[in-house]
Design a protein around this ligand. Sequence first.
Ligand code: FAD
Length: 403
Amino acid sequence: MRLVVVGAGMAGVQTAVSLRGQGYEGELVLLGAEPHLPYDRPPLSKDVLLGKAENSRFELDYGGLGVDLLLDRTATGLDPEARILRTGGGELEYDRLVLATGARAVALPGQPAAAHLLRTHDDAVALRTALRPGARLVVIGAGWIGAEAATAARKLGCEVTVVEAAPVPLAGALPAEVGELTRRWYAEAGVDLRTSCAVGGIVDAEPRLEGLGGSAVLLTDGTELDADAVVVGIGARPDTGWLDGSGIALDDRGAVAADAGLRTSAEGVFAVGDCASFPSARYRTRLTVQHWDNALHGAKVAAANALGGELVYDPVPYFWSEQFGRMVQYAGHHRPGDELLWRGDPARPEGGWGALWLRDGVPVALLAVDRPRDLAQGRRLIERGTLVDPSRAADPAVPLKAA
Ligand code: FAD
């Protein structure tokens, strides 16, 4: 039997590791479009950008694992009837296929080549060279990536302006009253955060620093922000364009629409990680989770089911972000209408604070700022779906536990 995994990021590599861990002894091919040995992405916006780490490669012996690792090999098409994967280096037959092609950073329309994205190792290395003391950096987007890029740039002594179209930071992920609380983090770090500010374009300008091309970010209100470097951090989309014509069903956001066992619409083809969505019985909706933990845990299910298993994937999603010296962690999935309960006082942030979302008294999501223990306890409550006593849950001196 030949099992092929397309995409050598976290989800693809973990699928390969899990397949071997679960006893698969047949042929195993892992192919990735990038020329680099597979690497982890979270350090790119942290230690790699700060120059504390040269790279973030996974420490794995692919040969020892019996993985035929094909780098610099892009999948270009798929014929699920014939079980053939087309790649830049020829066709590959498979018996089972796992799609793990992740996501691509979204660029602004007409974005000049000099503007940076932050998705790949090469992106991080290119941006790192621009983050010099005194350099003026404009970050477009106050989401997770924008906040982390701004954090690193301030640490490296850059002058940083963050431009966000929404009225508050993190607007795509958190309710406005929660995202608003992060505004002071920018101010305290010396970052000029401009919200409700739409970008009309980025144009080349007179270079000011040796080796860096100058740019100007044009805002729709007529303001021009001069920059020595620009980072565009406005989100990522599932990297599934190469599946056009394959018949593999995608959802309305372009992710591979997998079932609860991470099977796709084609026999013998599975999908996992940032490129896929799956139905969650727990949250009664289809989820696309573009976070590390999902790539790790989904891979175990994809591997098991590719080997004939019947596992169901219905996680409590989890992610973390390190911004402006704070550890921000979130578990679960909230939606409008859930009751928001503050834990601790965000206005007096010593010791951290949190927000808990309750539905009929049961926690469905939790945000913890500098409170990792809350995250661990809250995640368990969410997993078990147990009622909490709201007054005790609001008291940060009391451990988070069932009523
Ligand atoms: P990817 O990591 O995107 O890997 C997919 C791989 O497939 C890529 O290497 C790509 O080159 C390859 N590929 C794509 N198309 C093809 C093709 N046609 N043929 C062959 N190969 C292909 N999550 C957190 O929870 N916490 C964090 O702090 C955090 N920080 C992050 C920081 C950065 C800078 C980034 C970019 C992401 C961060 N994430 C974080 C998100 C997390 O890294 C992703 O959710 C995770 O990498 C998803 O893994 P994946 O394998 O599904 O996709």
